[in-house]
Design a binder for this molecule. Structure first.
Ligand code: HEM
Length: 383
């Protein structure tokens, strides 16, 4: 470890931070730029038929509730396989979250390759949704269940996390856990396991659909801003929400976009959920260790997305606004294609706590960073 200074982020310093009020109002401004469009069964259910959780999710999708659940902790977790554990849906999810999180940590860099792949898999399963694709696609587990992980070039880099997801499903399906929930829950466990990552409010009860999802509904790194904005609009995701979601590339590496640089990260701290990605994509040159996708550069420059992108580039001031914007947009993403939203239950309390401090890794050598990242499967690169 070349750098040893401990950076403590806003969460703990909140009260001592002089610009906190301004920061909160910026956060509210950036976070509230969503579509508010209803999805799934919430499209047709009248308010008087909503369960308390259904009503909360509706409020979250309309930007009227807090998308992060920082204080919702699980005290006195019953042991697995006890009647007490059976009596609380979230109990098994707490055991699952602990199991997942223990495998997602890197003692030097923050969160590891499994965490990164879980975030990407959560996006690929839910993000396959298209308003025009009928009843397939969305957060229904199809990416693993229909073996798209292994068969579709867009999922290059994901087979090993799909193997892990299958193993977890084998282990936990006896408790009534769906693949669709496992994938979305793992994405949120990964996000909060990465230092500085938000604790995205998490819901369970999705139904699996083993039918293959639609093709050509996921973005390519060579697409321009117009194509990307239209693609995400078809998922009810606004340009601002797209900018917030793509910030997940803060904890990303690439193995197939440019195979000569396989393993190179998309920002200098791929183990930390910080905002460096936004600023570094904006820099005309360097840093040398990172790879920039044309799609990310396009979104950072287009007149419809540049303003929000710039709003996320302040290393200290943008973290809170971005975390809230990401959490809100990810809740929407994780509900796409789910037609029983009104039956879901909230299990945010089962997630690990947020890590508000970290040892910065931006001075780490590329070799050291990728040391613990096993080689990906040998598939052909195609863009
Ligand atoms: C404009 C939209 C997007 C495009 C074009 C895109 C494209 C890509 C590509 C090409 C890779 C590298 C694959 C490889 O070569 O190994 C990647 C990695 C990744 N993407 Fe995206 N992505 C987009 C949006 C998102 C979103 C919305 C999320 C999450 C919410 C996400 C999460 C990730 C993560 C975490 C990785 C790193 C995976 C790893 O290191 O194993 N991406 N993305």
């Amino acid at each position: 470890m070349k750098t040893a200074a401990l950076i403590v982020f806003a969460g703990r310093l909140a009260s001592a931070f002089p610009g906190m009020r301004e920061l909160k109002s910026r956060a509210a401004g950036l976070e509230s730029r969503g579509t508010n469009e209803m999805i799934g069964d919430l499209l047709t259910l009248p308010d008087d038929k909503l369960t308390p959780t259904g009503a909360q999710i509706k409020a979250l999708l309309s930007g009227k509730d807090q998308p992060e659940g920082s204080l919702d902790v699980y005290l006195g977790v019953p042991a697995k396989d006890t009647p007490e554990c059976k009596a609380d849906t979230c109990c098994i999810w707490k055991h699952i979250a602990d199991d997942m999180s223990s495998k997602m940590k890197d003692s030097i860099a923050g969160c590891n390759s499994l965490a990164r792949q879980c975030v990407r898999l959560g996006f690929h399963d839910a993000g396959s949704f298209s308003k025009n694709a009928g009843s397939t696609g969305g957060a229904t587990g199809h990416t693993v269940l229909a073996r798209e992980c292994y068969d579709r070039p867009i999922n290059r880099g994901l087979p090993s996390v799909c193997d892990q997801m299958t193993a977890w499903h084998e282990q936990y399906k006896q408790y009534g856990v769906s693949m669709a929930d496992l994938i979305q829950f793992a994405a949120n466990v990964a996000t909060v396991t990465c230092p500085l990552g938000p604790r995205v409010r998490s819901f369970v009860g999705r139904k699996d659909n083993p039918a293959p999802g639609p093709e050509n509904t996921l973005p390519q790194p060579t697409q321009n801003a117009d194509e990307l904005i239209n693609l995400f609009a078809d998922k009810t995701i606004s340009p601002d929400e797209l900018v917030a979601l793509v910030g997940a590339h803060t904890t990303a590496t690439q193995h197939f976009f440019d195979q000569r640089r396989a393993g190179s990260p998309l920002d200098t701290t791929p183990g930390v959920w910080d905002v460096r990605f936004y600023g570094q994509v904006r820099q005309p040159i360097g840093p040398a260790m990172i790879t920039k996708f044309p799609s990310d550069v396009a979104l950072s420059q287009d007149s419809r997305t540049r303003g929000t992108w710039d709003g996320f580039t302040g290393v200290i001031t943008s973290q809170l606004p971005w975390n809230l914007a990401y959490a809100r947009a990810y809740i929407r993403l994780s509900m796409l294609g789910v037609n029983n939203i009104n039956e879901l239950q909230e299990c945010t309390k089962a997630l690990p706590s947020r890590l508000d401090s970290f040892l910065p890794t931006d001075k780490l050598d590329f070799e050291l960073l990728s040391k613990n990242d096993p080689p990906r499967e040998n598939m052909t690169a195609s863009g």
